[in-house]
Design a binder for this molecule. Structure first.
Ligand SMILES: [Zn+2]
Ligand SMILES: [Zn+2]
Length: 239
């Protein structure tokens, strides 16, 4: 699989918000600016067939209407796009369209070929195209449910989460984990450098730090831990 970290930053940074593109056709989260960033990086957004949403905070979903308008109204694709996310994700996307004063629910249903899979339990295994997607509930404070995703037992994305059983399972089941490392010291909403160091040691696997605050990014650079990678926006790897 070809993996690109479209964004690696927390909200208040110059970096794009955390977002991961796999094989040009599966994307984890669609934060503010995703569509423009994909176009700047010479991707074809219309190739995306599967959107995995970790949770409904704005820095993870706010570009979904811009993306859907681009592919269905501008490029005029007619193929189905599957959106997998926490319970209520369909209504939330309709609300975003309404807030932006774009299409209403009926127009979305008429002109956009969307399939929603809404999640509410602890764990799911979903087979779509050539992907085995494991959705595992993680712990993001009051934002419930929030999910991390494991794709083909190769790469996991934790989404926003404090350290929890779900995060550990995602790491255990994959070769590389793209993990929320917002903070210097983790709390119940986000992991920190302390959590990431503990997890790489425990599982002896590579973690790519994302959703980084600028101060955390600088602090993490001093660690020189070969199992922790600090990616820049646009970083790509094959797995
Ligand atoms: Zn969040
Ligand atoms: Zn976030």
């Amino acid at each position: 699989m070809k993996v690109e970290l479209v964004g690696t930053g927390a909200i208040y940074t110059k970096y794009n918000s955390a977002c991961t593109l796999i094989n040009e056709e599966l994307i984890v989260d669609m934060p503010n600016g995703t569509l423009k960033q994909l176009l700047k990086n010479n991707h074809k957004p219309e190739k995306i067939k599967i959107i995995l949403i970790t949770h409904m905070h704005g820095d993870h979903i706010s570009d979904i209407p811009f993306f859907l308008k681009h592919v269905y109204n501008y490029v005029k694709i007619d193929n189905e796009i599957t959106i997998i996310g926490p319970k209520g994700i369909e209504d939330k996307i309709v609300e975003l369209f309404e807030a932006y004063r774009f299409e209403d629910r009926e127009e979305i249903q008429e002109f956009m070929n969307l399939k929603f899979i809404e999640l509410n339990n602890d764990e799911y295994e979903i087979k779509l195209e050539e992907y085995k997607i494991e959705a595992i509930q993680v712990s993001h404070g009051e934002e419930k449910p929030a999910y991390g995703y494991n794709i083909n037992n190769s790469v996991s994305c934790t989404g926003d989460s404090g350290i929890c059983d779900g995060v550990e399972k995602l790491i255990a089941n994959s070769k590389v984990t793209i993990a929320d490392t917002s903070l210097r010291e983790g709390d119940h909403c986000h992991m920190g450098i302390d959590n990431i160091k503990y997890l790489t040691q425990k599982y002896n696997k590579q973690i790519i730090a994302t959703h980084l605050r600028d101060t955390t990014r600088e602090e993490l650079k001093k660690e020189e831990n070969r199992n922790i990678l600090i990616a820049e926006d646009g970083y790509q790897f094959e797995i």
